[in-house]
Design a protein around this ligand. Structure first.
Ligand code: SDX
Length: 389
């Protein structure tokens, strides 16, 4: 009934985690959220509708989606005291550090959202996280710019409100660019979940101790920060800019990667599961052309990325190791064209991934079979020995 082959069934019996949320076939490059192919959702749905699907298991009716959207709009305001939190941070603070710290601090404001056994409290904390994470993210961006924070504008859609919070100022009205809005919504959909990746596994592990959802999500943000995980989208832009500025050219850089010079890696390439083209990367690459053209942006880094991909996909070193572009390879070029600073790229990944983290936390939390996480280890230390005293 679930479509699993006997082989999959064998794997499921040994897998440490069973989940009904996302299915990936790394060899075939398949990604489905609650059974729906990512290609259909990316082109035919919205971030909030997919968030509802991931969290509640079914696509919402129009009324359910309207109610979900309305509840989120009603919770976009941060407690005024929380705004002083940002005063304590240097303007050079990395937005991912700001995000994980502020999300952890959220739990100090909501005594009515901390009981993980109370379905109503789980529900209100779900809505509060979805509503407030984008606001905290935009404040981290404004903090870095030294610009005043704006209040959320509940007359706007989720994505348009986020864009205004980031790029609007008190000095003039902000006009949303529909191309930017649609492209960002699609990119967020592509990041919404990805099975047991490092940050989602972290959220489930922390949640298995019955820690509240804000603390669990904050831990997931910290895991995503790493350059081998969500931090890769920021690292890709740095890699492309270094190639451009060094003047060494793409071919020379690829040779350095193959020689494994001081750990030089082709960031945005390779994956723990996909041993073929990441289906999300294909969709992001399509968007890159559309967005840059619509925004009238020329970016030599996109040309560099294409050249890099072309050379790598034809090189036996990468073919043997089944290294293909992953979701992070092209996203940064689009985020840059939208006007986001490089250090905000992983924050955008976190906003995208939030519904998946929440869905997994709730699935783990609701499962009566859930036990506190305790990853197994293989002891390879010294045998018993004694103090000769
Ligand atoms: C994400 O898990 C998820 O689903 C994550 C994610 C999600 O949606 O949550 O998909 C998001 O994190 C995508 C990945 C973003 N990270 C990067 O782009 C960083 C660069 N990628 C690599 O660091 C690496 O590919 C990983 C970490 C993503 C995957 O590591 P693996 O599968 O453990 O690969 P490996 O380290 O075992 O490498 C196998 C071989 C090695 O060579 P040999 O030792 O066999 O000679 O491939 C090489 C590695 O050196 N290799 C690379 C490489 N990735 C692997 N060589 C050059 N460049 C790379 N990017």
């Amino acid at each position: 009934a679930t479509g699993y082959t006997a082989l999959d069934q064998g794997f499921v019996n040994t897998a440490s985690t069973k989940s009904a949320i996302t299915y990936i076939d790394g060899d075939a490059g398949i990604l489905r959220y609650r059974g729906y192919p990512i290609e259909e959702l990316a082109k035919g749905s919205t971030y909030l509708e997919v968030a509802f699907l991931l969290i509640y298991g079914e696509l919402p009716t129009p009324d359910q989606l309207g109610e979900f959207d309305e509840k989120i709009r009603r919770h976009t305001l941060l407690h005024e005291d929380l705004k002083h939190f940002f005063d304590a941070l240097p303007h050079t603070a990395h937005p991912m550090s700001v995000l994980s710290s502020a999300v952890s601090a959220l739990s100090t404001y909501y005594e009515d959202s901390l009981n993980v056994h109370d379905p109503e409290q789980v529900e209100i904390s779900t809505i509060r996280l979805l509503a407030k994470l984008p606001v905290i993210a935009a404040y981290a961006h404004k903090k870095a710019l030294g610009q005043a924070f704006l209040y959320p504008d509940n007359s706007l859609s989720f994505v348009d409100n986020f864009l205004k919070l980031n790029f609007g100022t008190m000095a003039e009205p902000y006009v949303v660019n529909p191309v930017l809005s649609k492209a960002l919504d699609r990119l967020l959909i592509l990041h919404e979940d990805h099975e047991q990746n490092a940050s989602t596994s972290t959220v489930r592990l922390v949640g298995s101790t019955e820690a509240n959802i804000f603390s669990s999500i904050s831990a997931g943000i910290n895991a995503l920060y790493g350059p081998l995980h969500g931090g890769a989208n920021e690292a890709v832009l740095k890699m492309l800019a270094d190639i451009r500025d060094s003047g060494e050219g793409v071919a020379k850089f690829v040779e350095r990667v193959k020689k494994k010079e001081e750990g030089v890696r082709l960031m945005g390439f390779g994956h723990r599961v996909y041993k073929s083209y990441d289906p999300r990367a294909k969709l992001v690459k399509e968007s890159a052309d559309e967005v840059l053209e619509a925004l009238g942006v020329q970016d030599e880094l996109l040309d560099l990325a294409r050249e890099l991909e072309q050379i790598a996909l034809a090189d036996p070193y990468f073919i043997e190791r089944k290294l293909y572009p992953n979701v992070d390879f092209y996203t940064g070029v689009i985020y840059k064209a939208m006007g986001f600073p490089t250090r905000m790229f992983t924050v955008l990944f976190a906003i995208g991934r939030l519904p998946g983290w929440i869905a997994h936390w709730r699935e783990m939390n609701a499962d009566p079979a859930t036990k506190i996480g305790r990853p197994q280890q293989l002891y390879i230390g010294p045998p018993e020995r004694h103090l000769d005293r």
